[in-house]
Design a protein around this ligand. Structure first.
Ligand code: SF4
Ligand code: SF4
Length: 179
């Protein structure tokens, strides 16, 4: 069984936003809605301040609080690790939005919470999600951690990585390359 994950090298990101547009086009989202975002953060103290750009989206957590609080089991996790929402079961209570420490969910036009799906329809065909394939700077590597020959497995073996907000115990499937 596959164990899908993503490795993000934020230091390569130029902030061009192509990943965001690719996601919007893939899911036919309006301009004010996206399943991924770029966080512009400042590090250091003047005059040695540096800006870093951190791409953020659903982390497909192994211990997802959004799933634990869902009263109807609309939010579920597939055996390959992708966290999805069954819109037929969703009652729009938004508990999942409150529970997510990454602010990864957004309301659609029907007021139902939506989020990154790791583009599961591409993944089953062995392709990458458009946010990864569109990026000219190769910021994202998507793949199967259970396949030792996958690009992500090889990259993870070589690099030191971290996860966002690890103290929440969510065990994200999105990893970031340490600088
Ligand atoms: S990032 Fe948020 S929405 Fe995604 S699986 Fe984790 S808790 Fe759920
Ligand atoms: S809004 Fe939908 S997916 Fe979120 S917790 Fe409520 S029922 Fe579950």
């Amino acid at each position: 069984m596959a164990r899908y994950a993503m490795l993000i090298d934020a230091s390569r990101c130029t902030g061009c936003g192509a990943c965001r547009v690719a996601c919007q086009m893939q899911h036919q989202l309006p301009p004010n809605m996206s399943f991924n975002r770029l966080e512009f953060r400042e590090r250091g103290i003047f005059p040695t301040v540096k800006q870093e750009i951190v791409p953020v989206q659903c982390m497909h957590c192994d211990n997802p609080p959004c799933l634990h609080v869902c009263p109807t089991n609309a939010t579920y996790k597939r055996s390959d690790g992708i966290v999805l929402v069954d819109h037929d079961k969703c009652i729009g209570c938004k508990y999942c939005m409150t529970a997510c420490p990454y602010d990864a969910r957004t309301l659609n036009e029907k007021r139902v919470p939506e989020k990154c799906k790791f583009c599961s329809e591409y993944v089953v065909q062995g392709q990458e999600p458009p946010c990864a394939s569109t990026c000219m700077c190769s910021v994202r590597i998507f793949g199967d951690l259970d396949d030792p020959d996958s690009e992500i497995s090889k990259a993870m073996a070589k690099k030191s990585v971290y996860q966002l907000i690890p103290e929440k115990g969510t065990r994200p499937r999105i990893y970031y390359v340490k600088k």
